[in-house]
Design a binder for this molecule. Structure first.
Ligand SMILES: Cc1ncc(COP(=O)(O)O)c(C=O)c1O
Length: 455
């Protein structure tokens, strides 16, 4: 009766899985401000060409460079655990497994893409990367990755999180990164927001505008921008999670998985775990893939499928995605990494094609689930991850009611050691639930140009 399965380093996948190769329709292209598709050249001031090629690739399998593998070996393959203690506490006949991405240096799945992104930028001759961060996990991950390749790293951190989680900044600093609260006075986009909203709590969409502005404004041409989620190449890099999980489930003796569950902000830890299983589903396997989002930021469950900007200031192209509108102002809640208005175009397309079963859960149920998990399995998870656990508990209880012996796998995307303020606020009764109103989505959609509509 194994509690966990660890793979050897030589069992770690040597290729990433690209979902684009198996989708029934090719992804819609990104559009420029005139509504016309944009090509690789127009993205080259933002990303290096080797990553743009990956972003647009239709190859099913893409080799992971040796230099990237060498760094990933430090914590990968990550363990797959069987949650015996949680199962027992719930009295469920379900067998629950979790893939533990919290063992990475930054404490989450984010280094899985930070390392290859830093590597490809280094190969392209870049000296500096700029980025945004919500919860601080991505900014830490990129700072770590840049330290491995001798790159400078500048992080614009959503102002509310910056003050909620001061230790994230020190972590970035330890790896040599520079972290400033966003909106900042360092960019035009930041100054414009501060002029009208001096107390702005910031948002991921504002921080992205600032980071892109700094990258494209660098006259030396050796600064590029890195995004921690949403884009196709990020989903690709994260598939190492699901590919390992499949091997580990086989070692546990599981032949069939019923449900794969992960939280979604921009979609990357979900895509990483679920896309390799989605390949099986598209080939006929019966398997439910459940992305879980907060009721306060419900892009998949309440948003519209449309072309929208990735940021506030219009520095990014229009992407085809489920969105709440790029002017979305997030409600103060603790899962900072889930407070993004849009969803990865690939996750969105899969949802649009009816391949996913998205769910939304309220904040209090999530913290309650996180506490149950800590008391049973022992791990204190990130507030983002607690959304997956809340849904797992719902499914495990349903399995009990129905007397069904199903297999549930979920993504433990990160630990919560630097998110304890969220737990403190939960214990002191300060947290509330919030349902994002559908009228706000409709109002934001009305601001989009005509070409934004996807038929
Ligand atoms: C621990 C953790 N889980 C999940 C997420 C959500 O991002 P994504 O949907 O890209 O996995 C974040 C984002 O910051 C995070 O820090």
């Amino acid at each position: 009766m194994n509690t966990k399965v660890l793979l050897n380093e030589d069992e770690m996948p040597r290729t990433w899985y690209n979902l684009v190769a198996d989708l029934s329709k090719p992804p819609l292209p990104p559009l420029g401000p005139d509504g016309k598709p944009i090509g690789p050249e127009q993205l080259s001031a933002v990303f290096p060409m080797n990553l743009i090629e990956q972003e647009m690739s239709t190859e099913r399998w893409i080799d992971i460079p040796e230099e990237v593998l060498a760094i990933l070996y430090r914590w990968r393959p990550t363990p797959l655990h069987r949650a015996y203690s949680l199962e027992k506490a719930l009295g469920t006949p379900a067998r629950i497994y979790y893939k533990n991405e919290s063992v990475s240096p930054a404490g989450s799945h984010k280094p899985n893409t930070a390392v290859p992104q830093a590597y490809y930028n280094k190969m392209a001759g870049m000296k500096k990367l700029t980025t945004e961060t919500g919860a601080g996990q991505w900014g830490s991950a990129l700072s770590f990755a840049c330290s491995q390749f001798g790159l400078e790293c500048k992080v614009y951190m959503v102002r509310s999180s910056y003050f909620q989680k001061p230790y994230r900044k020190f972590l970035m600093q330890t790896w040599g990164g520079t972290c400033v609260p966003s909106p900042s006075n360092e960019t035009q986009a930041g100054r414009a927001i501060l002029a009208t909203h001096p107390d702005s709590p910031g948002s991921l969409a504002i921080a992205i505008s600032e980071a892109v502005e700094e990258a494209v404004g660098d006259r030396s041409g050796t600064t590029r921008y890195a995004l921690g989620s949403v884009l196709n190449h990020v989903m690709l890099h994260q598939t190492i999670i699901g590919l390992e999980t499949k091997k580990q489930l086989a070692k546990f003796g599981e032949k069939k998985v019923d449900q794969v569950i992960a939280c979604v902000g921009g979609g990357s830890n979900f895509a990483g775990l679920a896309f390799p299983f989605l390949a099986d589903k598209m080939a006929g396997a019966e398997i439910e893939l459940i992305p879980v989002e907060p009721t306060s930021c419900p892009s998949l469950t309440k948003g519209r499928y449309a072309y929208d900007l990735g940021d506030v200031a219009g520095m990014t192209p229009y992407l085809p995605m489920y969105t709440l509108g790029h002017s979305f102002v997030p409600h103060a809640m603790h899962a900072g990494g889930l407070r993004y208005h849009g969803m990865s175009p690939l996750v969105s397309q899969a949802a649009r094609e009816g391949l996913l079963n998205p769910k939304a859960v309220p904040q209090l149920e999530c913290f309650q689930a996180a506490v149950t998990f800590a008391k049973t399995e022992g791990l204190v998870v990130a507030p983002e991850t607690s959304h997956a656990i809340a849904q797992v508990i719902r499914e495990a209880k349903r399995a009990k009611e129905e007397g069904k012996e199903k297999v549930i796998v979920f993504g433990l995307s990160g630990h919560g050691f630097l998110d304890l303020q969220g737990y403190a606020d939960y214990f002191s009764g300060e947290l509330t639930n919030y349902d994002y109103p559908a009228e706000e989505v409709a109002a934001a959609m009305a601001e989009l140009p005509e070409f934004a509509t996807i038929g």
